[in-house]
Design a protein around this ligand. Structure first.
Ligand code: SD4
Length: 463
C-alpha cells in the first residue's frame, strides 16, 4: 500500500510535509488534504491563496475553493467568497451537505459564519500595497493586469487507498468582482475517483474551463494508462487545438496521481510542484516545457562541435558548404526543419528550404551527417515522449565521431532518468530547479531592513 500527496507550485510543500506526517500515522486522505491546504491558506506570504492573497479590481480578496472525495464523489465548493479564513474547510463541510454543495459570494460567507468557521478580512497590508501599486501602474502603462495567480491544487492517497482532491485560490489578481475561475468547477479544476486516481489543474481559469481535462485524465487512467500518458493524451492535444483555432492558450498545468502511486504532470509553462510518497521527503520539482531538455542540449552541443570540426576542414571560406554550415547553425537545432518554404540565402545566393540548406552542409561530412541524424531522431523521440523508440535509439547508436559518442555514452549511463524525463516533459528534476532558485536568492537577497522583509523576498522568489 502506498501513501502519497502532490501539490501544485512550490508553496504546496508547506502543507504536504505536515499532512504526510498525518498519513504516515494512519490518518485519512480526507483530513490530510484539509491540513495541507489550510497550511498554505494561512501562510500570509503566498500571494494567490487564502490570507495574503491578492485582491480583485475593487481591492477585495475573493476566494474560490473545492473539495472532492474519491470514495463517495461528494464534493463541495465556494466561489467569489469573502472573509472566509479557510476556504478549503468550508468546501469540505459543503461536500457533506445533501444539496447546496456549491455556494457563491455572500451565500458562502453566510454558510461559513452560521457553521462556526472563522471569518476574517483576508487582505494583508502587503497585498493592499501591491494592489495600490498595480492600480497606479495600470493607469500609467498598458500592462497585463492578470499576473500573479496560482492555485494550490492538492491530491492525497491514504493507506486505505482512499483518495481526495482540493483546490484553493484567490484567483486572478485584479479580476472583476464576482469572477470565478476553474478551481471550484469539478471536471475542469479537479476530479477524483478512488478506484482509479485523481487530477487537478492550475493556470488561467478562463482557458482551463474550456474542457474538463481533470475528468478526462482520470477517465484515461481508468483505461490503464499511466498518469503521465493520460495527462499527455488529455492535455496537449487540447492546447494544440486551441492554438490551431487561434485561441492563444494561456497557462495550463496539471498534476495527476493513480491509486497505485504512479504520478505525472503536464504543463505548457514553467511549473513547480511538490511530491511526497511513503517515507520519502517532500521533493520539489520544476518542469520546463518549452525549454530544451538537458539531454537535447547535450546532443546539440556535441553536434555543434562536429560542425565546427567540419568547418575547419573547409579551405574555401566562400564555398556553398562553408556558408551553409557557418552562419546558419541555428537551423541544425530545429526538431522539424522546414522542407517546403524556400528563402533566399545570402552568401549561397540561392533560394533554398531549411532542409536543403542542411543537406548542403552535412552531405560532404559522413560523421557530421550521422551525428545530425542521431540528434534529429532523439530530439523527435523526446518531444513526442516515445520512450521505447528513445531507448532503442540510445542503445543501438553506432559510433559516428568523438563528441557525439561521448554525449550518447552519457545518455546511456543515465538511461533510466532520460526515459523518465521523456515521459513527463520534466526537464531537470529537482536539482537544477532548486539550484536556479538558490542562484536567484543569492543575487537578490541582501540589504534588507529586517528579517521579515528578507523572508518576504525569498517567498516572492520561490512560492
Ligand atoms: C483561476 N486557475 O482562478 C485559477 C488560478 C490559477 O495559476 O490557478 N492560476 O483561474
Amino acid at each position: 500500500m502506498t501513501i502519497a500527496m502532490i501539490g501544485t507550485w512550490r508553496m504546496a510543500e508547506t502543507g504536504i510535509t505536515p499532512a504526510m506526517a498525518e498519513l504516515r500515522a494512519g490518518g485519512s486522505a480526507r483530513d490530510a488534504l484539509v491540513t495541507a491546504i489550510k497550511a498554505v491558506e494561512d501562510y500570509p506570504y503566498y500571494q494567490s491563496v487564502g490570507y495574503g492573497g491578492l485582491p480583485n479590481a475593487a481591492g477585495v480578496v475573493e476566494t474560490d475553493a473545492a473539495y472532492m472525495d474519491g470514495d463517495t464523489f461528494r464534493l463541495g465548493a465556494i466561489a467569489g467568497a469573502r472573509d472566509i479564513a479557510n476556504p478549503i474547510a468550508v468546501a469540505q463541510a459543503l461536500s457533506q451537505e445533501p444539496a447546496n454543495n456549491l455556494l457563491v459570494g455572500t451565500g458562502a460567507t453566510e454558510y461559513a459564519s452560521t457553521r462556526g468557521f472563522e471569518l476574517k478580512n483576508m487582505l494583508t497590508e502587503r497585498a493592499g500595497q501591491k494592489w495600490e501599486q498595480k492600480r497606479q501602474e495600470l493607469a500609467s502603462k498598458n500592462l497585463n493586469p492578470y499576473d500573479g495567480h496560482d492555485t494550490v491544487g492538492m491530491v492525497a492517497l491514504d493507506a486505505q487507498s482512499r483518495m481526495t482532491v482540493g483546490t484553493s485560490t484567490s484567483g486572478l489578481f485584479m479580476k472583476r468582482t464576482g469572477r470565478v475561475g476553474d478551481s471550484p468547477l469539478p471536471g475542469a479544476g479537479y476530479y477524483v475517483d478512488s478506484t482509479i486516481g485523481v487530477a487537478t489543474a492550475t493556470g488561467m481559469g478562463e482557458d482551463l474551463m474550456k474542457a474538463s481535462l481533470s475528468y478526462e485524465t482520470v477517465r484515461l487512467m481508468g483505461t490503464g494508462l499511466s498518469a503521465s500518458e493520460a495527462l499527455r493524451q488529455a492535455v496537449y492535444p487540447f492546447i494544440d487545438r486551441l492554438t490551431k483555432i487561434g485561441q492563444h492558450p494561456r497557462e495550463f498545468s496539471y498534476v495527476a496521481l493513480r491509486q497505485d502511486g504512479d504520478w505525472g504532470i503536464a504543463t505548457n509553462v514553467e511549473f513547480t510542484f511538490a511530491v511526497a510518497q511513503d517515507d520519502g521527503a517532500t521533493q520539489i520539482y520544476i518542469a520546463q516545457p518549452n525549454g530544451d531538455q538537458p539531454d537535447i542540449q547535450l546532443l546539440g552541443r556535441a553536434m555543434d562541435q562536429m560542425r565546427v570540426q567540419a568547418l575547419r576542414q573547409i579551405k574555401d571560406k566562400h564555398s556553398q558548404v562553408y556558408k551553409a554550415l557557418k552562419p546558419n547553425w541555428k537551423i541544425y537545432h530545429k526538431a522539424d526543419p522546414d522542407a517546403k518554404t524556400k528563402h533566399y540565402r545570402f552568401g549561397i545566393n540561392e533560394s533554398l528550404t531549411d532542409q536543403e540548406l542542411i543537406d548542403i552542409g552535412i552531405t560532404p561530412f559522413p560523421n557530421l551527417h550521422n551525428a545530425y541524424e542521431t540528434y534529429i531522431d532523439i530530439h523527435d523521440a523526446l518531444l513526442n515522449s516515445q520512450t521505447e523508440r528513445l531507448s532503442n535509439l540510445i542503445k543501438t547508436y553506432r559510433s559516428c565521431g568523438e563528441p557525439m559518442d561521448i554525449a550518447i555514452a552519457t545518455l546511456r549511463k543515465n538511461l533510466k532518468g532520460v526515459l523518465n524525463a521523456s515521459q513527463t516533459r520534466l526537464s531537470n528534476g529537482p536539482l537544477e530547479g532548486i539550484n536556479r532558485k538558490i542562484k536567484a536568492l543569492k543575487r537578490s537577497c541582501y540589504g534588507f531592513a529586517n528579517q521579515e522583509r528578507m523572508f518576504e523576498r525569498i517567498y516572492q522568489l520561490i512560492a
